[in-house]
Every structure is written in structure tokens, then in C-alpha cells.
Design a binder for this molecule. Structure first.
Ligand code: GLY
Ligand code: MN
Ligand code: MN
Length: 440
């Protein structure tokens, strides 16, 4: 499954409609980034740029200009020209003809002509939509073009309003169409398969990176790459929230936390599972794990249309705190602990975030009054409570120390309640132990 040009055009239509008459939007792709001498990171185009164009090459800029009535617009694509020599070395380019024939641009130009052509396009427009603050080098270009338009128009050429493009585009991206959900379902299925494989392949003394390789095998077999740097943390490494070294050996008797997932056709998934390296939870691991799982299941249930964005977090926190009180890890009054956030020593992150083309996807979490927004159909969010008992936390009985647990699923808000995209990978203690016992 892939999106078609009709899908990208429909998005451009909706953007243009919201821009109003006589306006221009400028959307640049990401820069290519050098890793070390002569070796660059594999290019991955900017999500919003791809969202509007379906064009994945580097060095590209899309321009949308609405006409005086606001009823029609012109879509221009600036991209690399075809070049036989460069294509022999570095691969295929769509070129100017491809931009028009394959990507349905109304106008296409060589990227080298951008500075020359864009001033005319900006001149005498009323509004300029641009995502300022993302790339200093491109921001500088935009201000140069505005100055040029000002000089050319003798003081009357500059758009009176500069509008942060995010206002429109990010809000569009918050709501996923059924096709986008389909893509995210595929990404989730592949990621779930990778986690299931990891549960079956893990062995005491295996290196964390070797277990990461088992996930990468499934991603790669499906033509996917990780949507973010994979976290594979054994034992106390699970208490480091963004542990990505993945270079220690996994120990008999420890848990391993894996936060890893792939992106499919530019759509991300985001899964965390925590399981015993030897296939059997210890009594302490079991007790803490069950608290996190109860919190996670209840938080997922709270994703109902009309509920506050924050509700899953509030639900999760209450269950986590009650669990910590029951186990004697926390002492005191539940209301007072929640009120003072006295649990932050063990649970210091939020319970989720928007998910989409970016793993921490765009879109505001609050409305214009500063209130948490409510769930609406088509929003996708992660649900990822955890508990982390630091290895050196002397306020806690030694038997709990160094245990880190997180469980993360991806959930669509729908009129029929929460739809869990990542349900193909087990998470109950019993199901995990059963799957691990069938290890290959
Ligand atoms: N994998 C990043 C996160 O869970 O937010
Ligand atoms: Mn994650
Ligand atoms: Mn996440």
C-alpha cells in the first residue's frame, strides 16, 4: 500500500483552501547531513514536505500560490535537474519533466533557479506561510527573498503577514485518514513481528546489539528502517530513558526493555516491550510489571472521543501510585502523592505523544485557551507508562533496585473506542512467558 498522487493533491487542495487568496506557502525538504568524511546519513525527506508532495529526493522546495480569488492555486516544485553523470554516481532523479509528469506539479524548475524565481512569486502576495525556526540556513534565505521583494516592489512588494505554516499543516497532520491508518497498521504489524522475534531469540549473555539486530532483520526484510534509534536495555540500563548504546550483555535474571519500531512508507510505529532475559519473570519483576500493565490497559481505555488528552496520563499515574503504595515502594497518601508528583522519582515522563509521520508527531496538545484538547476521531497517540527504580535508590528496598519497565502501544481514537494498532505483540505476563517458551 502506498499513497497516490491523488492523495497528495487532496492535501495541497486543503492547504490552499485554508491559505486564502493571494498567498504563498514555501515548504522545503530536509538538508542532507554528513555523518563523517564523505559518508552521509541516508537521506529521509522532511515529513511535511513529503505529506504535500510525495517527493522523496533531497534539494527540493515546494511552493503553493493561491490566486486573487482564493479558488485556485499553482503548485511549483523546485528540484534537481536530471544529469547523466550525477545519476550514474548517485542514482535516479525525477528532474523537471518528472516533477510535472510523475509528481503533477503545475510548474517545475531547477533548484538552482530558486533564488531567481522565488522573488517574483513572493512579490505582491498578501500572506507568506513558512515554517520558521526549523532550519536557520533556510530561514536566512527566506529573509533575503523578502528583502529582495521589498526592494523590487519599492516598499509594496512584501507580504503584510508572515504566518507560521505549522498552524495549518500540523493541524492537518494530527488527523489521520483511513489510508494513513492503514499504513500505520502495516508499520505496527512489522514492528510487532520484530518484538515477537526478539522475545523468542533472547538468551542470557547475548549482547544488546545482537538482540537489536533481530529486530532490524524483520524491519529490513520488509523494506523498512527504524523510525527512531532503538533502545535495547538490559537490567538497570532500562532505567536510562534514552539508552541507545545497546552494547552490554544481557544477564540471566534481568529484564530487557526494547523500545524500537519501524516506519513504513513514511509512517512510524512506536512499541516498547519489557520481558525477562531467561523467559521467566521473578516475583519482584512480576509485581512491578503487573502494575505497569494495569496502568497501561486502563490508560488505553481512557482514549475515548471527547476525553481530555491528559486523561490517559491521569489514569495511569493513579494506578502506578497505588501499585507503588501496595508494594511498599512509596508511603503516604495517594492524593497527596499525585498532587505533589511524589511519584516522579519512579515515573518521570509523560504517558504518550502524537504519532504519525514523525515518531513524536507534530500538532498542538492544547487548544487556543491553553486547555488540553480532547480526543477526536483519527488522532493517533502512544500509551507508554513505565516504572524505573534506579539502581542506586537507597530509599527503596534493594530487591526492587535496577528494575525498569515500560509498555508502549499505538492507539487510534475512533467512535468505537480505542483501536490498538500494535496488539499483535503480546504483553501479559502469561502470554510473554508462553511465547518465550516456544523460542526458536
Ligand atoms: N521511542 C520514543 C518514545 O517512545 O517516545
Ligand atoms: Mn517508544
Ligand atoms: Mn513513544
Amino acid at each position: 500500500m502506498k499513497l497516490s498522487q491523488a492523495d497528495f493533491q487532496e492535501r495541497r487542495d486543503r492547504l490552499a483552501e485554508q491559505m486564502g487568496p493571494n498567498s504563498i506557502a514555501i515548504i522545503a525538504t530536509s538538508p542532507e547531513v554528513m555523518r563523517n568524511r564523505d559518508a552521509d546519513y541516508k537521506f529521509r525527506t522532511d515529513s511535511s514536505f513529503f505529506y504535500l508532495t510525495g517527493f522523496a529526493e533531497p534539494e527540493a522546495v515546494a511552493v503553493i500560490e493561491t490566486d486573487q480569488t482564493g479558488q485556485d492555486y499553482t503548485y511549483s516544485l523546485f528540484c534537481r535537474e536530471r544529469n547523466r553523470e550525477m545519476e550514474i554516481w548517485n542514482g535516479y532523479r525525477a528532474g523537471i519533466d518528472g516533477a510535472i509528469d510523475e509528481y503533477e506539479a503545475d510548474e517545475a524548475y531547477a533548484i538552482d533557479l530558486l533564488d531567481e524565481e522565488i522573488t517574483t512569486k513572493i512579490l505582491n502576495k498578501e500572506k507568506l506561510f513558512y515554517r520558521i525556526g526549523q532550519r536557520a540556513d533556510f530561514d536566512a534565505k527566506v529573509s533575503t527573498w523578502i528583502r529582495k521583494a521589498d526592494q523590487t516592489g519599492r516598499g509594496f512588494g512584501v507580504p503584510a503577514k508572515l504566518i507560521q505554516l505549522d498552524q495549518i499543516l500540523d493541524e492537518m497532520r494530527v488527523f489521520k485518514s483511513s489510508k494513513e491508518i492503514e499504513l500505520m497498521q502495516i508499520a505496527s504489524n512489522i514492528s510487532a513481528e520484530a518484538h515477537s522475534r526478539a522475545m523468542q531469540k533472547v538468551r542470557p549473555e547475548m549482547m544488546e546489539y545482537a538482540l537489536e539486530a533481530e529486530l532490524n532483520y524483520i524491519f529490513g526484510q520488509n523494506g523498512c528502517v527504524p523510525a527512531y534509534n532503538s533502545i535495547v536495555g538490559g537490567g538497570k540500563n532500562a532505567c536510562i530513558l534514552h539508552y541507545v548504546e545497546n552494547n552490554k550483555s544481557l544477564k540471566e535474571g534481568d529484564l530487557v526493555l526494547i523500545d524500537a519500531a519501524c516506519e513504513y512508507e513514511y509512517y512510524a510505529s512506536d512499541i516498547t516491550r519489557t520481558f525477562p532475559v531467561n523467559g521467566k519473570f521473578s516475583p519482584e519483576q512480576k509485581a512491578l510489571y503487573q502494575v505497569v500493565l494495569d496502568a497501561q490497559i486502563a490508560a488505553i481505555d481512557a482514549i475515548q472521543l471527547g476525553h481530555s488528552y491528559k486523561e490517559p496520563h491521569n489514569v495511569a499515574v493513579r494506578i502506578l501510585v497505588q501499585g507503588l503504595l501496595d508494594l511498599g515502594i512509596l508511603q503516604g497518601d495517594i492524593e497527596q502523592i499525585i498532587e505533589s508528583e511524589g511519584y516522579r522519582q519512579f515515573y518521570m515522563h509523560g504517558t504518550g505523544h502524537w504519532l504519525g509521520m514523525d515518531v513524536h508527531d507534530v500538532g498542538s496538545y492544547k487548544d487556543e485557551n491553553g486547555e488540553w484538547r480532547v480526543y477526536e476521531a483519527g488522532m493517533v497517540v502512544t500509551v507508554e507508562p513505565g516504572l524505573y527504580i534506579a539502581p542506586d535508590d537507597e530509599s527503596v528496598d534493594v530487591k526492587w533496585r535496577g528494575i525498569g519497565i515500560r509498555i508502549e502501544d499505538d492507539v487510534v481514537a475512533t467512535k468505537n473506542g480505542p483501536l490498538v494498532l500494535t496488539k499483535n505483540v503480546v504483553k501479559s505476563i502469561e502470554d510473554i512467558e508462553t511465547l518465550m517458551a516456544q523460542s526458536s
